[in-house]
Write a protein that binds this ligand. Structure first.
Ligand code: DSN
Length: 431
């Protein structure tokens, strides 16, 4: 697969080969990561990277776009059909620029945005003070209940009534439970705010019917395409209904509907030429996600996450909210006498990849927090079953309860080797 690259640039090739070996030999448990199919990667590594296409199908600023138009139409049509929305923009380079475009379309600088706090499971772009969303807009945050660590919709409603946001962002990066989009809609309606649902983490579960869809409730939906959706890195902005319920209130002088506002925010607002190779890979990923076996995949992600959660709970691990409804687990490792950083590094030493993560009401810092975050989308793509996840949970338990014992670490490494050998990654690739 890398024969030309090898000739041109052995140095880069060597790092690529080592990364492939790392992915094959390790247990990938970062919940936002996945393994795209070879078909997706072929589209991504294609001649479409050579083409400039500012604009949209049929309305480009460059010639020679007759085939690119077809690719983008394919991706847009598949996105609309898969999610059941009236409009899709598949051009955002990734999730952060996509959220930026949603803000740019709906808000004026200085408007108030209410989103989930970063330290409580939200994202940088949900109003964090150092991010554009908290610097150019007035970022206000909600969190989870101090005792249950679940979203408390009455508490969120009170913050909304006090702060009168023009946009409410729902969605999370480290929340192991279902999100009640209807409850967010009711709050947004009460304060006349737009509702942006960031479903980047759970898009594949929404497609598979494992998580309620935000389509009946949100004004704009943003999702990345590389997490549970298992596509290339990228993002989409989906508009369930192009006729904007707050249009007369917030855009009285504009004749543009929501779809036009979003499209204009992407270009000319924020981006230049779309990454056509990425668009093609998104089209492929959307076709894969529309197949019946994707639903089975999504179901298995949740079954595996719950099997892992039960195995860890049995070993007295402190799971935030006590378990999971989705693809991820958040674990407080402080009762084990470890920091998140130490837990991440110890697991890394036996080829298990997780990420350190703040837990709600953490007293430590983001670079050395009290927790770790684990998820099952990537291992499920390799064919891991619930029985495998029980073994994974037992290895994690042994490593994190005896991190200083070289014999335990050596045994764990052997176990990881055996588990990964049972479920080869990209067996079609030689190296
Ligand atoms: N970096 C992503 C995650 O890991 O959840 C969010 O953008």
């Amino acid at each position: 697969m890398l024969s030309h690259l090898k000739k041109t640039d052995p140095e880069t090739t060597s790092w690529l080969e080592q990364e492939l070996a790392r992915q094959r030999q390790g247990l990938e448990l970062i919940p936002s990561e996945n393994f795209a199919s070879l078909a997706v990667m072929e589209a991504l590594g294609s001649v479409l990277t050579n083409k400039y296409s500012e604009g949209y199908p049929g309305k480009r600023y460059y010639g020679g776009n007759q085939f690119i138009d077809q690719v983008e139409e394919l991706a847009r049509g598949r996105a609309k059909a898969l999610f059941g929305v009236e409009h899709a923009n598949v051009q955002p380079y990734s999730g952060s620029p996509a959220n930026q475009a949603a803000y740019f379309a709906l808000l004026k600088p200085g408007d108030t945005v209410l989103g989930m706090g970063l330290a409580q499971g939200g994202h940088l772009t949900h109003g964090y003070k150092l991010n554009f969303s908290g610097r150019y807009y007035q970022g206000v945050s909600y969190g989870v209940d101090p005792k249950t660590h679940r979203l408390d919709y009455e508490a969120i409603r009170k913050i909304a009534l006090q702060t009168k946001p023009k946009l409410i962002v729902c969605g999370a990066t480290a929340y192991p439970r279902l999100i009640d989009f209807a409850a967010f809609r009711a709050i947004a309606d009460e304060v006349q705010a737009y509702l942006l649902a960031d479903i980047s983490h759970i898009a594949g579960l929404v497609v598979g019917g494992l998580h309620p869809s935000p389509v009946p409730y949100a004004d704009v939906i943003m999702t990345t395409t590389h997490k549970t959706l298992r596509g290339p890195r990228g993002a989409m902005l989906l508009i369930p209904r192009v006729l904007d319920r707050f249009h007369d209130l917030y855009h009285p002088a504009s004749k543009r509907n929501l779809a036009e506002l979003i499209d204009a925010a992407i270009i000319p607002g924020l981006q230049g030429g779309p990454h056509n190779h990425q668009t093609a890979a998104i089209a492929v990923c959307l076709k894969e996600a529309a197949q019946p076996d994707f639903k089975t995949y999504a179901q298995q992600i949740v079954i595996n996450a719950q099997a892992l959660a039960k195995t860890l709970a049995r070993q007295n691990f402190r799971l935030i909210t006590g378990g999971t409804d989705n693809h991820l687990l958040l674990i407080d490792v402080s009762p084990l006498g470890l920091t998140g950083q130490q837990a991440e590094a110890t697991l890394d030493s036996v080829n298990i990849t997780v990420n350190k993560n703040l837990i709600p009401y953490d007293t430590r810092t983001p670079l050395d927090p009290s927790g770790i975050r684990l998820g099952t989308p990537a291992l499920t793509s390799r064919g891991f079953t619930a029985e495998d996840m029980i073994q994974v949970g037992e290895v994690i338990g042994q490593v994190l309860t005896q991190p200083g014992d070289p014999a335990v670490l050596a045994t764990a490494k052997q176990k990881v080797k055996a588990l990964t050998a049972e479920h080869p990654l990209y067996p079609e690739l030689k190296n």
